[in-house]
Structures are given as structure tokens and as C-alpha cells.
Design a protein around this ligand. Structure first.
Ligand code: COI
Length: 322
């Protein structure tokens, strides 16, 4: 099975330490897809017994998939989101806590009955992808190179069962701010009709299947001028879960609270970092059920995520009231 008609070998990758490419408007990156030069591909076949023996860089481009692959038919897939930044001063690149993404992928793979790369394999593959695409890392202060690791059931399967073959792939794209508001505060609407996850479901892992189902709510919200949707729990319709693409925090009287991750909420790496940083700085941080009343009563609200980073919230609309 071929992925590309001409796969360059890893030692053909241009590793010259170029500055960021010239033709891009670095000041207006946003979160659109700018294709880069290379992606990383690694496969696990049945004879590999759940291991990923070796991967390689190849030219970024379309991939071949069986129409009956597990990912296309049964959404047996996970993704990660991570960022690499140009390091100030002596050059080089900084990744933000890549081992956390590697472990989260392993956790999700267990839930989705997939083998996963080891932490070392994952992190090395990310580093290779960044270096191969180094000309696409934005200048300091202009954004980051976003890495999108994917893990998918690429082997063919017709009856509902785990796929016989898996593919781990990382591609990269330079990005700026996620929301069109840039760094300005965003406007959320609380949805009490659609839910993102349910107890016993997959809301707590980064499966691709968690994301298409929120599109309808998100599109409705955008058409009404809101930035994004804040979802409530599906049982009581009363407790905050998360926004389509990020976690949520509320602050009241200097106490920081965020919904506890009990299986329906994605354990965000930026979320975890904010909890740790706030505690280190002496704030009381509560990971608990956060109700819609807590939100209405809050002094401050903000969202966190890899793509979003930290986004202050300007307004929240719930049942027609702001
Ligand atoms: C990220 O923040 O990296 C995500 O994966 C969210 C995605 C919907 C952009």
C-alpha cells in the first residue's frame, strides 16, 4: 500500500536552519490550514502485535485509505493538538509539554481499542516533524507551528470490530489566533439542547468522534453572532462541561474553579497547566461540578486549550439572557 507516489527518505529532508518563509503574511495567520512540506507516518500491522516498528517523514499530501477502513466507517480515530514555538535568543524550537499529549493519546487509544506509539516514539516523531517543517514555524510573537498527530484504524473492516491495521500520522501548519476575535474577549452561548458528551461515552478522550457532532450547535451559534458554544452536562442540564474546542474556568472572589474531568470532559493540557500555575501562585483552585449558577455569578470567565491558548470571555448568553 502506498501513501505517496514519491516518498523522500528522511535523509533527503532539508534540515537547513532557515528563517520563517517569506511569502506568508505572519501578521494575519488565524487558524486556517497552510499546508507545510512534510508529515510523519508510522504504521502498525497485525504482525507487529500492537507495536509501531518504525516511522518516516514523507512529503505532505493526500493519503490512501481503504473505503472500509475502521476510521472511515466506525470513527476509530484519535487526534492531538500541540504547538512548537521559535525560541527567543539562541534559536531552536520549544514544544509545550509533548509527553502529556503522548500519554493522552495512549489513554484514548486504550478506550478506542487501538495500539498507540510509545511516549518516546511520539515525542521523537513530533520533533522530526517540527525540524522538517522548520521554515513554517512563525517568527516569535506571531504564532506557532501547530502539530496535529492522528491515530486511526486504517485497516479494512466490515463488521464492527477493531481495525486490523493502524496508522499514526503527524502533519503541521503555522497558526495564529484561533478565534476571529484574536486576543479580544469572546462571546459564548450556553446550549441546553445539544450535548457534547454523556457519562460512559468518549467525552474524556480526544476521539475524532467528539467533534463533528458539535458542528450543528456551533454553526447555529456563529450564525447568531456568538463566538462559540458552552455545553452543559447531558443528565442534569445544569453543570458546565466545555466549549466546542476548549475547557472553561470561572473565577469568583479570587477562587478559580473548573469542571472536574470525570469522563465527559477533555483533560486539556493547557487546563492542567493553568490549574498548576494558579496553585503555584497561591490561588485556590477547585476542580468540581461548576453549575450554570456559578457561571452567572462569576467575576471572570475564561477558556483554555492548545489552539485557543487562554481566551477571556466577555459575555455568556443563557436562555436568551446575557
Ligand atoms: C486543540 O486545541 O488543539 C484542539 O484540538 C481543538 C481543536 C478543535 C482545534
Amino acid at each position: 500500500r502506498r501513501w505517496q507516489s514519491s516518498l523522500p527518505q528522511p535523509d533527503h529532508v532539508d534540515r537547513s536552519d532557515e528563517e520563517s518563509g517569506g511569502e506568508i503574511d505572519w501578521d494575519n495567520l488565524g487558524f486556517g490550514l497552510t499546508p507545510t512540506d512534510y508529515m510523519y507516518v508510522m504504521r502498525s500491522s497485525p504482525e507487529d502485535l500492537g507495536a509501531f516498528p518504525r516511522g518516516e517523514l514523507c512529503r505532505y499530501g493526500n493519503i490512501e485509505l481503504s473505503p472500509s477502513s475502521g476510521v472511515l466507517n466506525y470513527a476509530q480515530g484519535l487526534f492531538e493538538g500541540m504547538k512548537a514555538y521559535r525560541r527567543p535568543g539562541r534559536g531552536g524550537y520549544t514544544l509545550f509539554r509533548p509527553e502529556e499529549n503522548a500519554r493522552r493519546m495512549q489513554f484514548g487509544a486504550e478506550r478506542m481499542c487501538m495500539p498507540a506509539p510509545s511516549v518516546d516514539q511520539f515525542v521523537s516523531a513530533v520533533k522530526e516533524t517540527v525540524l522538517a517543517n522548520r521554515r513554517w514555524v512563525p517568527p516569535q510573537g506571531k504564532g506557532a507551528l501547530y502539530l496535529r498527530p492522528l491515530l486511526m484504524g486504517s485497516g479494512p473492516i466490515l463488521g464492527l470490530a477493531p481495525a486490523p491495521e493502524y496508522t499514526f500520522l503527524i502533519y503541521a501548519a503555522p497558526v495564529g489566533n484561533y478565534f476571529k476575535e484574536g486576543l479580544a474577549p469572546i462571546n459564548l452561548i450556553v446550549d441546553d439542547e445539544f450535548h457534547r458528551a454523556m457519562p460512559g461515552g468518549t467525552g474524556g478522550v480526544k476521539t475524532i468522534a467528539n467533534y463533528a457532532p458539535v458542528l450543528k450547535a456551533q454553526m447555529d451559534a456563529k450564525s447568531k453572532g456568538f463566538t462559540d458554544v458552552l455545553y452543559l452536562d447531558s443528565v442534569h442540564k445544569r453543570y458546565l462541561e466545555e466549549v466546542s474546542s476548549c475547557n472553561v474556568f470561572v473565577v469568583k472572589g479570587g477562587v478559580v474553579a473548573t469542571p472536574a474531568t470525570r469522563g465527559t470532559i477533555l483533560p486539556g493540557i493547557t487546563r492542567k497547566s493553568i490549574v498548576e500555575l494558579a496553585r503555584d501562585r497561591g490561588y485556590k483552585v477547585e476542580e468540581r461540578l461548576v453549575s450554570i449558577d456559578d457561571l452567572i455569578d462569576a467575576d471572570e470567565v475564561f477558556c483554555t486549550g492548545t489552539a485557543v491558548v487562554v481566551a477571556p470571555v466577555s459575555t455568556v448568553t443563557y436562555q436568551g439572557r446575557r
